[in-house]
Design a protein around this ligand. Sequence first.
Ligand SMILES: [Zn+2]
Length: 210
Amino acid sequence: MSIGVAFEIALGSLERNVALEVKLAGCALCESAERMQKLCAAMRANDKAQALDLRDAGLSDGALQQLVAALATGAMPALSRLDTRGNPGLGAAAATLLHGLRRLRPKVGVVLAGADSEDGGLSADTDVFACSRELLEGLTAWPTFELVEKQGANDLRCPVCNSATLKPGKITSGGNQHRCESENGCGSYFLQTIGIGDLTLIGLRRRPPG
Ligand SMILES: [Zn+2]
């Protein structure tokens, strides 16, 4: 089956608005501008699909920007999983775009570019937390004010295990590091960005005990 035929089949699946998962894996979406236009139009008309598989789909940052723009303006309201693995054309802008998408569509879990196997990049720890969103190192972030344990105090609750207080660590040029290192903590560590004040997950460690 040619890539063009595979794309038309996937597009038809989106347009029929019945399937829960639409697979565009390997569809060379950037081969023509028309392909991306058709895809975004079909996404806007789809309110059934919960998963969009864009693995190895030749995505560029520009193409991802179009997809995120469609999703950010309400396309595919049922979507809960977006798989962008295996797209080497995605660069630094992709992380920013997906970060923005997380804010606008918090229910959409993104499986990030770069992880190449089914569980690559996402450790087994993730299944504990995967109910609402995927935890992605370097991408998943929380507004710091949501994590303050007590009014007026500086202590932050660990947003991964929810059972421990974060310990402040090194101050780097990128921001302040925090680590969940108490006895019942999960060991994950974070960077609190200067300016935005978001707490970004840097390293996911072990499953919290119990
Ligand atoms: Zn923790």
